[in-house]
Write a protein that binds this ligand. Sequence first.
Ligand SMILES: Cc1cc2nc3c(=O)[nH]c(=O)nc-3n(C[C@H](O)[C@H](O)[C@H](O)COP(=O)(O)OP(=O)(O)OC[C@H]3O[C@@H](n4cnc5c(N)ncnc54)[C@H](O)[C@@H]3O)c2cc1C
Length: 409
Amino acid sequence: MTLNRKKSRIIVIGANFAGLTAVSKLCKSHDVTVIDAKQDFQWTPNIHEILSDVKKETSLSLNLDTIITRLGHRFINQTVSSIDGALQTVTLDDKQILNYDVLLIASGHSRSNYGIKGASEYAYGFRTADDVIQIHNDIEALLNNNKHPVNISIVGAGFTGVEVLGELLRKYASNKQLHFNVIDSASRLLQALPEKLSDDVISQCKSYQVSFHFNQKIIEVKQSSIHFSDNKSIDSDLTIWSAGTKLPDYLNDINTPITSNGLAVNEYLQTTEFSSIFVAGDSATLSSSLPKQASIALDMGLHAALNINRFCDKKTLKPLKVRTKPILLSLGDINTYFVQGKLVLASPLLAAGKEAVYQFYMARLSALLPIEQRVLGIADRITLSTEKLLLVEILKLRPRVLIGRSKVL
Ligand SMILES: Cc1cc2nc3c(=O)[nH]c(=O)nc-3n(C[C@H](O)[C@H](O)[C@H](O)COP(=O)(O)OP(=O)(O)OC[C@H]3O[C@@H](n4cnc5c(N)ncnc54)[C@H](O)[C@@H]3O)c2cc1C
């Protein structure tokens, strides 16, 4: 006779890179509930390509309900409003309260406005495909109004800011109606990456209508202007906010240590205060600080699932061993950079590598969908990439230009 063992109730908050990967590896014998405010998994690292029509929202999304139900788990499409670590409960926006034995927080980061006046009202966020579609449509509307010039500002010259600039140049480089401003409080682009990379991006942009504003502290964003602490200001018809991120607000009252970067976790990905709460992806901060990257979130998600399964079975947990990952940064169709530590390679040909990573992981994640949806999705993504990226490059037949731009920085 088999014993009717009580199922562990596991709740996962957030089903993107870290959360969805974890969910796919949790034992089916557990009672797993997955909560996400969005209906779809979204491949964030390429959302900027919606600006240049190289990607569509559908080519970056996978339906969560279908995937999670097929995994044998329950999906709730809602926003979590609070967690009580002592009572082991999660409260949803509709006031529903759910109990858990083990909780995985994989809700990433959200936009930070640093309390700057007008930023939330007048600057567009850049976190989801919906944000990007809104920006895409509003730029087109400004151009159709025949305004001259149309000033577009990108606040925050980190990874996202540079990729946004590249995509806008891919689409609008020859449109003299547009002028781009890139603003940062730091003295250069891409503070976390080698300086030579910043220098190269700036020099590549010299022939375009781009102005860089470094060492600038913004004090206010208005509908059509940005104001700095030195009393200067610039015109800005559309301001894109890629300046910073923070933990989602619902985690503010969780009674476990929070660092500036996320929830502090030990090497097993458990919070320091509650052993039944695990954290993975951008929301987690280990003692050895890790970059906020999708590839690292995927690894953390896998590891969180391994340890949650072991925790439920009362087995010893395994420490996370993290490998640092190279970064592929694109500047539209101007150049793509491979960065590993101090090594920086620049080549437009590396764009194929970035595209291959996207195609490979989307195909792998979509293995959880029914066969017909999987095949249609793969066909759609490959057709779009061939049409918008590969054919464009092949038809330009400019191998000398492409190879000429390839170098070790
Ligand atoms: C524009 C852009 C470009 C990027 N480019 C790259 C790149 O080229 N390479 C790279 O490695 N990384 C890149 N990143 C970073 C990468 O996207 C993140 O590191 C990664 O998404 C983190 O994964 P995650 O699962 O921790 O969080 P996320 O992917 O942010 O997922 C969090 C999930 O939690 C959900 N959620 C949040 N709050 C709640 C709540 N209260 N209730 C319910 N659900 C909630 C969200 O809806 C979301 O689905 C980029 C990010 C952006 C924004």
